[in-house]
Write a protein that binds this ligand. Structure first.
Ligand SMILES: [Zn+2]
Length: 244
């Protein structure tokens, strides 16, 4: 299993070498080259990224014929059981959600902003892993990556209504805390639900933040893959200690 998020040099923004956004990153051939470098640097055969639309669609992907990098259609989540294909989602305040089978049979990577969280993209991803691969929440571990923190994320009435909160005045929202409750509520063991403490806005400078820089912000690529050549552990040996 291989997971991470790309870093940003101080001052870099939209269109820079650290921008993996399909719409912000500049010429599509430059963005494609960045993804090819990423899959090469991580030892994977190929990478797949989707056109994110703040929806709840999660699609199963395999390795593109001949390797390289591929752009899927509109989706905010990718899943696979194929080794060597690097899943990627882009974010700059939204939460990259890493979902892994602790036995290494399948993975999912989701892009969750407030619309995705409220709409249930996490629940959709978990249920699809179970339906497609027979891997239920009890066999999964979940990690919420760097994203905007609860102190920095002030939201208005439309967002608060989506979360069934008092919408009479602006309030702050912690998307990772919301996701954590939802993961546990869906049946993932609490000790297998982990979160980054990094905030894209008030945290380290090496992260892109849309709230901080607006249209000048680039997008980081969060990535997750099943490493080629590693054996999948049989179900009977999976007792859940591997990822702790
Ligand atoms: Zn913050």
């Amino acid at each position: 299993m291989l997971a991470g998020i790309t870093a940003v040099r101080a001052g870099e923004g939209a269109g820079s070498e650290s921008d993996f956004g399909l719409t912000t990153g500049g010429l599509s051939r430059d963005v494609t080259r960045r993804y090819e470098m990423l899959s090469g640097a991580t030892g994977m055969h190929s990478s797949v990224v989707a056109r994110q639309v703040h929806g709840i669609r999660v699609v199963e992907v395999g390795s593109p014929p001949g390797g390289g990098s591929r752009v899927e259609g509109e989706a905010d989540g990718l899943m696979t059981s194929e080794k060597g294909v690097l899943l990627a989602v882009t974010a700059a305040d939204c939460v990259p959600v890493f979902v892994v089978d602790v036995a290494g049979r399948c993975i999912a990577l989701l892009h969750a902003g407030w619309r995705g969280v409220a709409g249930g993209i996490l629940e959709v991803g978990l249920s699809l892993l179970e339906r497609r691969f027979g891997v239920g929440p009890a066999d999964l571990a979940v990690y919420f990556g760097p994203s905007i923190c609860g102190s920095c994320y002030e939201v208005g009435a439309d967002v608060l209504r989506a979360f069934r909160r008092d919408a009479s005045r602006p309030a702050r929202l912690d998307l990772r805390a919301e996701l954590l409750l939802r993961a546990v509520g869906a049946g993932v063991a609490p000790n297998r639900v982990l979160r980054s403490e990094w905030c894209t806005r008030c945290g380290p400078e090496h992260l892109h933040s849309h709230r901080a820089r607006g249209s000048e912000a680039g997008r980081m690529a969060a990535f997750l893959g099943l490493v080629p050549g590693t054996p999948t552990r049989p179900r009977s040996t999976n007792r859940g200690r591997e990822l702790r």
